[in-house]
Design a protein around this ligand. Structure first.
Ligand SMILES: Cc1ncc(COP(=O)(O)O)c(C=O)c1O
Length: 443
C-alpha cells in the first residue's frame, strides 16, 4: 500500500529555512528541507512534529544513535569537571584512556600512537604530514571517486565531484590519482577478465610507477577501504592484499581513511579488517564520538616518530569529545552493536536484493554491515547513470518519512546508527521501495 507523503517543509521549518538562507554560507548543500528538533536512536522529529527514520545518522556520525543516554551522561559529567585544557599543552585522563582503548581496537599487530584532531579532514591532513615526515618523500597516490575532506591537503585527494575543487586550484602538488577498484563501473579495460583489483594495480605499477613517479619517491597511498561519498564502492578481493604488498615492497605508507567506514560501521571496528590487511596509518572521525567533534590519526609507534611541536591542535581531543568517544566504545561493546550491524545489515542486503529483482532501475546492491549502497540506472544492461532519478527517490522517501542520502553518481547510501532495530530498518526499506516505484512511474 502506498505511503501518503507529508507536506514538507511544515510552517516552522519553512520559517527556519528562510532565516538560515539569510545568514549562512551558500556553500552548504542541503539534500532536503529537514529542520531537526530532536532525535532519539534512529528516529528524528522536525520542528513541526513530523517523524522520520534516520538512515544517515548525520552521515555515518551518530554511531550509537541520536543522544544515546550513556554518551549524554558522559558529556554532562565531563562538562561539570572541565570543558577544555588543550591536550597539546597539558595532560588529562580522558586523552590517555581513549588512547588506550583505541590501541586495544587497533587493526595492527604493532602498538600504535594516536594524535587527536577535530574533524576527518584534519585527520587526513595529519596523516599526509606524517607520511611525508616518516618517509622523507613528497609524492602520493590517491583514487578517483575518493572523498577525504575539503581542507587544502585533503582536497588534493578528493575527487568524487568536480564541484568540490571548482575554483580552488592549485591544490597540493604531488598527488596522482588512479581509478579506484570499482567492479561495477570499471574505468580500465579488463580483456583477460582478471580480478579488477589486479587491473588497477597493474596500471599503478606499469603506467604510473613506470612513467610518472618512481615508487621510491612516493610517501603514501591514501585510500578509503570502502569508498563513501564516491558511492559506497567495495573493492574486489585482490585489491587490498596486492596494494599492501606493493606498499611494503616500496616502503610506501598505506593510509586507510576510515573516517566514514570505521568505528564499527561494517560490523568490524575497521573496514580494512574485511580485507585481511594492516595499514600503516589510519584516520578516523565521524562515528568515533557519536556526534561530538573528534578525529584520530593512529599509526604504528615506529612510524609516528615526530618530535614535540611538529604537530599539535588547540581543540583536538577536547575532553567532552573524548568522554563521548569512551562512552561510544562502551556502548558499542556492551550493546553488541557490531553484531547488530552485521545482523541488520545482512537482513537489509537480502531485502534490497529482492527489490533489485522487482525494479528495473536498481542496478547494483552492495554492502558490508551497515554501509550499504544501492546504485540506480536507467538501463540495467547499459548501466546508464540515473542521477536525477536517485535524487527524486531520496526526496520522495523524505516526504514519506525516511531520511536517505545519495552518493556517487547515482547511488543511495544506507548508513544508519549501528543499533538500528530490524523493525525500523524494515519500515525504512518499505518507504524506499514505495519511493522507487513512484519515481520509476515518473520516468
Ligand atoms: C572518508 C572520509 N574522509 C574524510 C572526510 C572529511 O571529514 P570531515 O567532514 O569531518 O572533515 C569524510 C567526510 O565525509 C570522509 O567520508
Amino acid at each position: 500500500m502506498a505511503i501518503t507523503p507529508m507536506i514538507l517543509p511544515g510552517p516552522l521549518a519553512r520559517s527556519w529555512i528562510k532565516r538560515d538562507h539569510a545568514q549562512l554560507s551558500p556553500s552548504y548543500a542541503r539534500a532536503y528541507p529537514l529542520v531537526i528538533d530532536h532525535g532519539r536512536g534512529s528516529e528524528v522529529w522536525d520542528t513541526d512534529g513530523n517523524r522520520f527514520i534516520d538512515m544517515n545518522a548525520g552521515i555515518a556520525v551518530t554511531a550509537t544513535g541520536h543522544s544515546h543516554p550513556l554518551v549524554v551522561q558522559a558529556i554532562k559529567d565531563q562538562a561539570e569537571r572541565f570543558i577544555h585544557m588543550s591536550g597539546t599543552d597539558f595532560y588529562f585522563d580522558k586523552l590517555v584512556l581513549l588512547g588506550e582503548r583505541l590501541n586495544d581496537l587497533r587493526p595492527l599487530e604493532e602498538e600504535i600512537y594516536t594524535f587527536f584532531t577535530n574533524s576527518g579532514a584534519e585527520a587526513v591532513e595529519v596523516a599526509i604530514k606524517l607520511a611525508r615526515h616518516f618517509t622523507g618523500r613528497q609524492h602520493f597516490i590517491g583514487f578517483l571517486g575518493g572523498f577525504h575532506g575539503r581542507t587544502m591537503g585533503a582536497l588534493s585527494f578528493t575527487s568524487s565531484k568536480a564541484i568540490y575543487r571548482k575554483n580552488f586550484a592549485p591544490s597540493m602538488p604531488g598527488v596522482i590519482h588512479i581509478p579506484f577498484c570499482n567492479p561495477y563501473r570499471p574505468i580500465l579495460a579488463n580483456p583477460e577478465d582478471k580480478d579488477y583489483g589486479d587491473v588497477v594495480l597493474d596500471y599503478l605499477e606499469e603506467v604510473i610507477f613506470a612513467q610518472m613517479v618512481s615508487p621510491g619517491e612516493v610517501a603514501g597511498v591514501l585510500v578509503e577501504p570502502i569508498q563513501g561519498e564516491g558511492g559506497y564502492v567495495i573493492p574486489t578481493p585482490n585489491f587490498f592484499p596486492r596494494l599492501r604488498e606493493l606498499c611494503s615492497k616500496h616502503e610506501i605508507m598505506l593510509i586507510a581513511d576510515e573516517v566514514q567506514s570505521g568505528m564499527g560501521r561494517t560490523g568490524k571496528w575497521w573496514a580494512v579488517e574485511n580485507f585481511g590487511i594492516e595499514p600503516d596509518i589510519i584516520t578516523s572521525a565521524k562515528g568515533i564520538a557519536s556526534g561530538m567533534p573528534l578525529g584520530a590519526v593512529m599509526a604504528r609507534k615506529s612510524v609516528m616518530t615526530w618530535r614535540p611541536g611538529q604537530q599539535g591542535s588547540t581543540f583536538g581531543g577536547n575532553p567532552l569529545s573524548c568522554a563521548a568517544a569512551l562512552a561510544t566504545i562502551d556502548a558499542i561493546v556492551n550493546e553488541r552493536m557490531l553484531e547488530n550491524a552485521i545482523e541488520v545489515g545482512d537482513y537489509a542486503m537480502d531485502v534490497l536484493k529482492g527489490m533489485q529483482e522487482r525494479h528495473p532501475t536498481i542496478g547494483d546492491v552492495r554492502g558490508k554491515g551497515l554501509m550499504i549502497g544501492v546504485e540506480f540506472v536507467l538501463d540495467k544492461q547499459k548501466k546508464t547513470i540515473a542521477h536525477d532519478h536517485a535524487e527524486n527517490i531520496v526526496t520522495k522517501a523524505f516526504e514519506k518519512g525516511a531520511l536517505f542520502l545519495s552518493c556517487g553518481k547515482s547511488s543511495i547510501r544506507l548508513s544508519p546508527a549501528l543499533n538500528i532495530s530490524k523493525q525500523l530498518m524494515d519500515e525504512a526499506l518499505s518507504i524506499l521501495e514505495d519511493a522507487v516505484a513512484e519515481a520509476e512511474a515518473e520516468l
